[in-house]
Design a protein around this ligand. Structure first.
Ligand SMILES: [Zn+2]
Length: 236
C-alpha cells in the first residue's frame, strides 16, 4: 500500500516579545510568545492565543472586548493583544518590520544585529557569483537550487507580507541570478552590475550612516562588533 501524499504545512505567524517570533512586539504586557496567526488564505486567519499572561481579545457586535482562545478572523478585524489594539493586517510581517512592531521601537535604537547578520550572505555570494557569472549553464543550475528558496519566501507571503526589500536582503545577491544567466547582458555588464549591487548592499546597515564596507572581510567586521562612525551595534 502506498502512503498518502504529504500535506504541506500551513504558514503561521508567531507574535510575541521573544526575538524568535515572526513579529516581535517589545512591550512588557506582551508575553514572550503571545499569539499566533495561522494563514488559511490571503485574507482569512485563525488567531490563537498562546497562553499569554494578559490575553488576546476581539470586539463583539456591541464593541465589547471578549477574551479569545481561538477565532477565525479577517484582515480588517480589530483585536487586542493585552491592552494594545491592532488590525489583523498590521500583525503580518512586511518588509521585515510589521507596522505593529514599529509601535514599540527596539530598546536600543542602535541595535542593527539582525540587519548585519544578513550581510554575511552578501559578502559570501559576491566572489562566487563573480566567478560563476561567466558560466551561463552553471548560473541556470544555481537558480534551480536557490531560486526555489527565494520563490518559497515569496509564496509564504500569501497575504502580501514580506516585501521585496526584505526578500532581497535575506536572499543576498542570489536574487541577481536570473539576470546573471541572461544573454541580454555581456559578461562585462554582469560583472559591473554585481559590483554595483555588492557596493550598494555591503554597508553599515544604519540608514543614517551607510558607511561602505568595501572589501573588508565580514569576519573582521564581526570582530569589530560596532560601527566606529555611527556606533551602530552589529554584533552583541
Ligand atoms: Zn555606521
Amino acid at each position: 500500500m502506498s502512503s498518502p501524499p504529504a500535506i504541506p504545512e500551513i504558514p503561521t505567524v508567531t507574535i510575541g516579545r521573544d526575538k524568535a517570533n515572526t513579529v516581535v512586539l517589545n512591550h512588557a504586557t506582551i508575553s514572550r510568545t503571545h499569539a499566533r496567526l495561522i494563514v488559511c488564505s490571503p485574507t482569512s486567519f485563525i488567531l490563537e492565543d498562546s497562553d499569554s499572561k494578559h490575553g488576546t481579545f476581539f470586539a463583539d457586535v456591541n464593541q465589547r472586548k471578549v477574551q479569545l482562545a481561538r477565532k477565525l478572523v479577517d484582515l480588517e478585524d480589530e483585536i487586542w493583544l493585552a491592552e494594545h489594539k491592532f488590525r489583523v493586517e498590521e500583525l503580518l510581517p512586511d518588509t521585515g518590520k510589521s507596522p505593529a512592531e514599529s509601535r514599540f521601537p527596539k530598546k536600543n535604537p542602535l541595535d542593527f544585529t539582525e540587519e548585519f547578520a544578513l550581510l554575511r550572505k552578501v559578502y559570501d555570494d559576491y566572489p562566487q557569483l563573480r566567478k560563476d557569472c561567466r558560466n551561463r549553464e552553471k548560473m541556470i543550475r544555481l537558480w534551480s537550487v536557490v531560486g526555489g528558496s527565494v520563490i518559497g519566501i515569496g509564496t509564504v507571503a500569501t497575504a502580501g507580507s514580506l516585501g521585496f526589500l526584505a526578500m532581497l536582503s535575506s536572499a543576498g545577491l542570489s536574487i541577481l541570478i536570473p539576470t546573471l544567466s541572461s544573454h541580454l547582458l555581456s559578461t562585462d555588464e554582469k560583472l559591473e552590475l554585481l559590483e554595483k549591487e555588492y557596493r550598494q548592499h555591503y554597508r553599515c546597515p544604519n540608514t543614517i550612516c551607510r558607511e561602505p564596507f568595501g572589501n573588508r572581510e565580514y569576519e573582521m567586521l564581526e570582530r569589530q562588533k560596532k560601527c566606529h562612525r555611527c556606533k551602530a551595534v552589529w554584533v552583541e
